[in-house]
Design a protein around this ligand. Structure first.
Ligand code: LMR
Length: 328
């Protein structure tokens, strides 16, 4: 058979041409944007791939496409609805076109740490968020953790006024736009894969992200330093299409979701440690980390907190209260 004939035959049987997939296996393409190692999401995705391919051999076959090699986060959900990819784990900031409920996760200083995020997600309100996009064809399957966000720029950031007039890359979230405007910055939404180049070329001056992303994508190399603000969080929703999930035989679905739940528990418990290792790696590589005194950090709280009022209607005051009760 010619390559074209094989490709045609495979497409007729709904099978993709993955060397690692056997004929007849359900193909699960998982696209994400971070690196695979020393990253909470990358490690979790690789573990999921390994376990599915081992334990569901003959039934299903997973292939992970990291580093935006298949889709970036701005395209992956549309691709999923077209059936071109079955699994993704975009950050909660990237669901703007589908739901406003997730905006609570972007509000600055809403969660004290990732354990508070975990507790909120485990509540009834958090769990029901996984079903909030069903009528748009998307089903949340699990929350995966990354960690707390830090701020960086091409100048030292100590006081919020240091950010005045700077251009900041943000994820595609209006809450993050409002947050950067609150500190006098000028926000620009941009795909993760473009951030390093934009920082390097001065298209933007600064960004916010977790230690694992700052180290993984080497943002520290093209910034003056990283200020340890812990002002927000990056967390993920492992998501699929309702159509694909419904197409699975019940026992296949149960086996897959059981493996996913186990991987989630094991890797979420390690996300803090993975970020702390990345923080150390930034230092080891010669990156500059600036810690804030309690008073200096409070100045960032004071300037950013008014953003809550802008979005209280979208996220629900009862959810804000619930999140705050967990912090207390
Ligand atoms: C970002 O775009 O900065 C992050 O959402 C990337 C990621 O997936 O952690």
């Amino acid at each position: 058979l010619t390559t074209a004939a094989i490709a045609l035959a495979l497409s007729v049987t709904g099978q993709s041409a993955f060397a690692s997939c056997d004929e007849g296996e359900i193909v699960i393409k998982f696209a994400h944007v971070t690196n695979t190692d020393r990253h909470p999401k990358g490690i979790a995705a690789s573990l999921l791939e390994e376990r599915v391919n081992e334990e569901m051999n003959g039934v299903a076959c997973m292939e992970v496409f990291p580093n935006s090699t298949l889709y970036d986060d701005n395209k992956v959900l549309e691709a999923m609805l077209q059936g071109d990819v079955q699994l993704a784990a975009p950050s909660l900031s990237k669901f703007e076109a589908f739901t406003r409920q997730f905006r609570i996760f972007d509000l600055p200083f809403m969660f004290e740490d990732i354990e508070a995020v975990d507790a909120f997600q485990a509540s009834d309100a958090g769990q029901s968020m996984m079903d909030s996009m069903q009528r748009r064809g998307l089903q949340g399957l699990a929350f995966w953790h990354n960690g707390m966000k830090q701020m960086s720029a091409n100048v030292p950031l100590i006081e919020p006024t240091d950010a005045d007039g700077l251009k900041f890359r943000v994820q595609s979230s209006d809450v993050l736009v409002a947050q950067m405007e609150a500190i006098g910055g000028s926000p620009q939404k941009m795909a993760f894969s473009e951030v390093y180049g934009a920082l390097q070329q001065g298209v933007v001056d600064g960004q916010e992200n977790t230690w694992s992303n700052i180290f993984g994508k080497k943002f520290f190399e093209v910034q003056d330093g990283i200020t340890e603000t812990n002002h927000g969080i990056i967390d993920y929703l492992v998501v699929t299409s309702t159509e694909w999930l419904d197409s699975l035989e019940p026992e296949v679905r149960v086996q897959f979701l059981t493996i996913l739940a186990e991987v989630t528990d094991v890797r979420n418990a390690e996300s803090f440690a993975v970020n702390q290792q990345a923080r150390q790696s930034v230092l080891d590589a010669g990156g500059e980390i600036r810690e804030l005194t309690a008073e200096q950090r409070q100045a960032w709280v004071d300037v950013m907190m008014p953003v809550w009022a802008q979005f209280a209607g979208d996220v629900g005051q009862e959810n804000i209260d619930a999140a705050q009760a967990i912090n207390a």
